[in-house]
Design a protein around this ligand. Sequence first.
Ligand code: URA
Length: 183
Amino acid sequence: MKLEELRQECSECKGCRLYSTRNNLVFGEGVENADVFIIGEGPGENEDREGRPFIGRGGKLLDECLEKQGLSREKNIYIANMVKCRPPENRDPKTDEKEACIGYLLKQIEIVNPKIIVCLGRVSASYFLGKDFKVTKQHGEIFEIDGRKYTATFHPAAILRNINNKPLFEADIEKISNLISNL
Ligand code: URA
């Protein structure tokens, strides 16, 4: 299956309540055979309006930090979220919403077949790396699960809230960039 076919299937999904309040599906974007698969939480207002992930202030900060390390959505990144429709009022996605959506994300990962999966923030890290995962303590650690590498770092919105952590975020991205160029 190709990503475009999956996007079509996803656009018709009524698996949870979020389809009824969203404006646009935010399926994900980037390179079909990306080295790095980045996973956020869920679309915010800007993303819902445009149908594209991480395009607000946090997304700009993310893109800037990625580009410094030779990484971009045009070249070697794919980026998506735990849920593909905006949770109202930017609340965290609920358990049943994540459950309804996770199959699409896992299929995207299978199609892209990245060298490493990067969780941005607690919501995606707790799904992929365990619910006790602590981003502030364990960010940048590399894990190998079922033959695939994983890591997690801060959510860009958390960096905007506490800019003191930006060097840690940048160092995590540098580590990811070095890792994929040595694989
Ligand atoms: N926050 C996320 O987690 N994902 C987006 O796409 C935008 C903001």
